[in-house]
Design a binder for this molecule. Sequence first.
Ligand code: 5GP
Ligand code: MN
Length: 348
Amino acid sequence: MNILDKRDISSLTRLTGEASNVTIIVHMHPDGDAVGSGIAMLAYLISTGKDAALILPDRCPASLSFLTDGRYRDNVIVYGDHPEKAADRILSCDLIICQDFNSFARAGEAGEKIAESKAVKVLIDHHLDPDRSCFDLCFSETEVSSTAELLYNILMSLPEIGHDARKLPLDTATALMTGMTTDTNNFANSVFPGTLTMASELLAAGVDRDMILENTFNSYKESRIHLMGYLLDRCIRITPDGVAYMILKKTAIRKFSVQDGDTEGFVNIPLCAGNVKMSIFLKEDGDRFRVSIRSKKGISANRIAKEFFNGGGHELASGGKLMIPDDVKNAGEAAAYIEKVTHIFMNR
Ligand code: 5GP
Ligand code: MN
């Protein structure tokens, strides 16, 4: 990643020093990087004696509860469960730190309250095209694996840490390693030289990587295996343009008792075929299909997400949504839509 600007680090030190209460917020449907970087910052601020809280727009998957349910439980507020308490915190704090998202809209209702809040606003994020004008201070860097990696570099640059990872609270170190590990899909994607340096230094500082892997990748319910089999056997289509797609309908969600997080990683599977250049996974969720897109080098998941799926993200990993019934009425229409737009996109 590019070298951090010393003035930005000084500004962050001054802003956190001046603030008597700080609120950290991450994106909707929080993943390992959102929760990991969020808890990492929370644990760090609490270790310095700050009044700090982390707001998750909605609940995180059970696989991440080892980060949220421990000693920070009382400092984590799920907006969807306690909207008044969360909104009050956002509106009354002095400093808001937005992590792992690039525009307020990605935080849902919490985002509307951030826009209303008079607090000073800081961004720490690794997505393309951040809304810089909404923030007083921006740490935006795309040449990193994750927000966790960017935050790692920021914390290491603070005078009290002095580039010595052993001075980070162990909870911060563990949460940072979790965010980086899940966003790289366990070192498969977006790994930069600095990513491995960070991993090495955090391991040396005492992080238990086996525990992280056990929780994040190896603690699913057995039904995930059966769901995976069903999707790969019954639902997958691969178009002549090299686009694989799977649509998970609400009937199957009920049949396999799918919960948030259970489908994590499924979108990556079809990319193991040499002829598949892009993979799209749709999951029916109330009034929409949630869309996950992954692509191989040279094909922009971000561009197709922005142009055809009301979303965005990273160059090779993006997401979005198709609204029901405005964009498509049902899974059949969603399939036809994917075939149509991917054919246009892949043949430009
Ligand atoms: P996932 O497929 O894991 O849900 O998301 C992959 C990436 O796309 C993440 O970096 C995420 O932030 C981004 N993303 C997911 N959904 C949306 C969305 O609705 N809008 C935008 N702008 N980005 C999204
Ligand atoms: Mn991320």
